[in-house]
Design a protein around this ligand. Structure first.
Ligand SMILES: Nc1ncnc2c1ncn2[C@@H]1O[C@H](COP(=O)(O)OP(=O)(O)OP(=O)(O)O)[C@@H](O)[C@H]1O
Length: 155
C-alpha cells in the first residue's frame, strides 16, 4: 500500500481490498500476490545517471536520441493544481510547441514528512504506466540540487 506516512492511520491496512477474494482472482489468472507470472513481467530499464551538477534527469523510455531535460528547458505557464508536497504546473517545452504537466515536489517537505519511499513508489508506478487508460504517463524526471524535483507528466 502506498500512502503518505501521516495518512496511514486513516487508511485500512488492506486499503479496503478483500485479500481472500483478491488472492482467488489472482490464482484464476495464474498470478500470485507479490509477484507476476512470466507472461506479465514488465522489463524496467534502469535510469541513466547524468554527471551534470545543474540538473539530473531520467527518462522512462531511454532512446539514444532522447535529450536530457532540466528545469531551464521549460517555461512555466500556470499552476494546474496543488498536492500534498507541491504543485503541478503547466509548462511549455522551449524547443517545441509541446506542453506538459510538471509535478514539482519540494524535497524538504518530503523529507520532513518521511515520505521519500512513497514518492519513489509513485514515480516507479507512473513510469510503468505507459499507455495505461487511467494513469498519466511519466515522460521523465529531473531535479535541481536544492529546490525541487520535477516529474514530467502527460497532460
Ligand atoms: N497530468 C495532469 N494534468 C492536469 N492537472 C494535473 C495533472 N496531474 C495533477 N494535476 C492537478 O494537480 C493536482 C495535484 O496533483 P498531485 O499529484 O500533486 O496531488 P494529488 O495526487 O492530488 O495528491 P498527493 O500529493 O497526495 O499525491 C491534482 O489534483 C490536479 O488538479
Amino acid at each position: 500500500m502506498n500512502v503518505h506516512i501521516r495518512c496511514k492511520g486513516n487508511v485500512a491496512p488492506s486499503c479496503g481490498v478483500n485479500s481472500v477474494e483478491l488472492a482467488n482472482k489472482l490464482a484464476e489468472m495464474g498470478l500470485q500476490a507479490g509477484g507476476l507470472s512470466k507472461r506479465n513481467t514488465m522489463q524496467v530499464k534502469e535510469p541513466r545517471r547524468q554527471s551534470s551538477e545543474r540538473t539530473e534527469s531520467t527518462t522512462t523510455e531511454v532512446r539514444p536520441d532522447t535529450p536530457r531535460l532540466g528545469i531551464s528547458d521549460f517555461t512555466f505557464l500556470q499552476v494546474l493544481g496543488k498536492g500534498s508536497f507541491g504543485k503541478v504546473m503547466l509548462a511549455k517545452l522551449n524547443s517545441k510547441d509541446h506542453v506538459f504537466a510538471i509535478k514539482v515536489l519540494k524535497k524538504d517537505i518530503i523529507l520532513q514528512d518521511d515520505d521519500v519511499e512513497c514518492t519513489m513508489t509513485e514515480k516507479r508506478v507512473l513510469s510503468l504506466a505507459r499507455c495505461h487508460p487511467y494513469l498519466t504517463q511519466l515522460y521523465c524526471c529531473f531535479q535541481t540540487p536544492v529546490i525541487c524535483e520535477g516529474m514530467l507528466l502527460l497532460l
